[in-house]
Design a protein around this ligand. Structure first.
Ligand SMILES: Cc1cc2nc3c(=O)[nH]c(=O)nc-3n(C[C@H](O)[C@H](O)[C@H](O)COP(=O)(O)O)c2cc1C
Length: 190
C-alpha cells in the first residue's frame, strides 16, 4: 500500500510509533509510507516517548511545506491515517482550512474519495469538537477514536495500544493477529 501517516500534537505518540512499526514489519509489504509530523507532534512525542522511533525506510516530512507528494490529488495514494489526531487538526480539516501539509492532504483525500482515517484523542469533548467529528463522518472520513478496549484482558501498555491499532489496520484492510476476535476460534483470527 501507499500511505500517509500523519502525527499531530495529541497525546498518544505510542499509537503512531506502533502503527509505523507494524507497517514496516508487515509481511504483506513493503509499503510506501510517507510520515508527516506537525511541530506539536514532535513536542508531545518528546514528552511521552522521547525521540519518536521512525522506521528508516519511510520518508519523513514536516507539516509546513507543500512540496510533498500527498498534497496533490494527482499523486495516487491508498489511504491516510492521522494518528494521534489533535482536535485542532480535526477541526481544521472539518472546516477545509488546508493551511498545512497535513490539513491539505486530508482535504485532498476527502475530495478524491480516498480512505482517510482519523484517530482523535481528547476527553471530554466539547460541542464544537463533537460537531466537527460529525462533519468529518458526513464527509466520508473514518473516525476511530483512541479509545482502547479491555475485553481481551490486555496485560501491557502495548497490548492496550494494540486494541486501537487493530481497528486502524482493519480499516486499512490489512491482515493482522494483534487481537483475538470476539467469539472466533484463535486459529481464524487475522
Ligand atoms: C503534553 C500535551 C498533550 C496534549 N494532548 C492533546 C490531546 O490529547 N488532544 C488534543 O486535541 N490536543 C492535545 N494537546 C494540544 C495540541 O498539541 C495543540 O492543540 C496543538 O495546537 C495541536 O497542533 P497540531 O494539530 O498541528 O499538532 C496536547 C498538548 C500537549 C503539550
Amino acid at each position: 500500500m501507499k500511505l500517509v501517516v500523519a502525527i499531530t500534537g495529541a497525546s498518544g505518540s505510542l499509537y503512531a510509533q506502533r502503527l509505523l512499526q507494524l507497517l514496516d514489519e508487515d509481511p504483506q509489504g513493503p509499503h510506501e509510507v510517507h510520515v508527516a509530523l506537525s511541530t506539536h507532534a514532535r513536542e508531545v512525542a518528546m514528552t511521552e516517548v522521547g525521540k519518536l522511533a521512525l522506521p528508516d525506510r519511510f520518508q519523513v516530512h514536516g507539516d509546513d511545506s507543500m512540496r510533498v507528494p500527498f498534497v496533490s490529488g494527482s499523486a495516487k495514494f491508498d489511504a491516510m491515517v492521522i494518528i494521534p489526531c489533535s482536535m485542532g487538526t480535526l477541526g481544521r480539516i472539518a472546516h477545509g482550512y488546508s493551511d498545512s501539509a497535513i490539513a491539505r492532504a486530508a482535504d485532498v483525500f476527502l475530495k478524491e474519495k480516498r480512505r482517510l482515517i482519523l484517530v482523535p484523542r481528547e476527553t471530554p469533548w466539547n460541542l464544537i469538537q463533537a460537531r466537527n467529528v460529525v462533519t468529518l463522518l458526513e464527509a466520508g472520513a473514518d473516525v476511530i477514536p483512541a479509545i482502547p478496549s479491555f475485553y481481551h484482558r490486555p496485560e501491557t501498555v502495548l497490548d492496550v495500544v494494540d486494541t486501537v491499532i487493530a481497528r486502524v489496520l482493519d480499516h486499512l484492510g490489512m491482515k493482522h493477529t494483534l487481537i483475538k476476535r470476539w467469539m472466533e476460534p484463535e486459529e481464524t483470527k487475522d
